[in-house]
Design a protein around this ligand. Structure first.
Ligand code: GUN
Length: 292
């Protein structure tokens, strides 16, 4: 049976280190990092994420602001809100919760955020810096995946990594991070031909395709490390259940290590967001980023 990778435990430890870093910025530089989150509309899953972000931001000692805007907010009004936060010196991190309503151009919104405050790492400047190996604010879920993989496997150099999924939020940035760790990276997706045989070559599998339980145990190379990014709500036996993109029972029987859903990658995302906010605050104030 595979070793379970405990993302909840790892994220808790990371948040403790972040809290120490926040305290040292306050003591040494009178600097309190601040994160502003903007939520447009009433998506229930987004409301839960945003509430969790606010709670954990305050718990590590940072300032937190939530800006809730109605679903019929115009693009111009949202851009004006982002500009206001760009101009506010007490705000070091800005996150506009995705998805935004369909009448709003999400790329335009994300690219209006000051790249120095782009703690999601979604601005083209940060995406470009990541892909050219420059210091950048990097997307949170991909960062969390690589932290867990390194904690489990140690040096990732030379490993065959297969990323399933090509989204801007996870697939593409996690592939860039793994490349920077000297992995041989394959980006596969739902239209890849013979996905099973591609995945069978992987020492490290990152499943981020958004399809419940798509990856089966007989796709997994014995002993491989499986990082499951999927969070899918399904109904089974009349009950609502959260499942990943991997069929956990069959994958667990073959893999060397695997993240559960929930309790794997999920808790890492907010911890990495807080990490980015500390990094952004230190960079904006031109002080050294504390160890975390
Ligand atoms: N929606 C789901 N995940 C994310 C995320 O990491 N950042 C933002 N802004 N929206 C999301």
């Amino acid at each position: 049976m595979a070793k379970l990778i405990d993302g909840k435990l790892y994220a808790e430890a990371l948040r403790k280190r972040i809290a120490i870093a926040v305290a040292s910025l306050k003591k040494d530089h009178n600097l309190i990092p601040g994160l502003a989150v903007v939520l447009v509309g009433e998506d229930p899953a987004s409301k839960v994420y945003v509430a969790n972000k606010a709670k954990q931001t305050v718990e590590v000692g940072m300032n937190s602001w939530e800006h809730k805007m109605p679903a019929d907010t115009s693009e111009a009004d949202l851009l004006a809100m982002v500009q206001k936060l760009n101009d506010d010196p007490s705000v070091h991190g800005i996150l506009v919760q995705m998805p935004v309503p369909k009448h709003i151009d999400s790329a335009k919104v994300l690219n209006t955020i000051d790249p120095a405050k782009d703690v999601d790492g979604f601005h083209v400047v940060n995406v470009g810096k990541l892909s050219t190996g420059q210091d950048a604010l990097v997307a949170c879920t991909p960062t969390g995946c690589v932290m867990l993989a390194k904690d489990t496997l140690g040096d990732l150099s030379g490993l065959n990594a297969v990323v399933i999924g090509r989204s801007n939020i996870v697939g593409k940035p996690v592939a860039q991070l793994l490349l920077a760790e000297n992995c041989t990276v394959t980006i596969a997706h739902s239209r890849s031909k013979d996905l099973a045989s591609i995945v069978r070559g992987a020492d490290l599998v990152i499943a981020a395709v958004g399809r419940p339980e798509m990856v089966k145990g007989d796709w997994i190379k014995p002993g491989a490390c499986v990082i499951d990014v999927g969070i899918n709500r399904i109904e089974r036996d009349g009950k609502n259940k959260l499942v990943g993109d991997c069929d956990f029972a069959s994958c667990e029987a073959v893999a060397g290590s695997i993240t559960p859903v929930p309790g794997g990658v999920g808790p890492m995302t907010i911890a990495c967001l807080l990490h980015n906010t500390v990094k952004a605050a230190a960079a904006i104030h031109k002080v050294k980023t504390p160890e975390m």
